[in-house]
Design a protein around this ligand. Structure first.
Ligand code: HEC
Length: 98
């Protein structure tokens, strides 16, 4: 195997690991939403479902909660602890749920 092919193989391997790690992080982050929004965002109570939400809509809502622009009972406090990066991970995670 030539050196450049080896480099490519290593890079692809690393990219794969990185994606896996992000998947786990997102699932872990999302587990703290499950108490109210249901398992993987499938709500069974009065709380809105997050599963299948458009990722841009999701990000917009989280930012509005953080800035206090969207009236909310609990989400203003809840959204505050998350970074932009974590919100993007959560948006991808919930958008991917059926
Ligand atoms: C203590 C219960 C609770 C927890 C925990 C919680 N939420 Fe919420 N969420 C709500 C409620 C209730 C609403 C409706 C708005 C309001 O009254 O705050 C809501 C609304 C939302 C909305 C808007 C949905 C829509 O259709 O417009 C999003 C997005 C959201 N939550 C994301 C999250 C995420 C992401 C987490 C975890 C990081 C989370 N929530 C954790 C109770 C909760």
């Amino acid at each position: 195997m030539s050196l450049s092919r080896l480099t490519l193989a290593v890079l692809l391997l690393l990219a794969g690991f990185n994606l896996q790690a992000e998947g786990r992080n997102a699932a872990l982050l999302a587990s703290s939403c499950a108490a109210c929004h249901g398992t993987q965002g499938h709500s069974v109570g009065g709380t809105p479902s997050l599963a299948g939400l458009d990722r841009l809509y999701f990000i917009e809502q989280m930012q509005q909660f953080q800035r206090g622009e969207r009236p909310a009972t609990v989400m203003m406090q809840h959204a505050r602890g998350y970074t932009e990066e974590e919100i993007r991970l959560l948006a991808d995670y919930f958008a991917a749920q059926k």
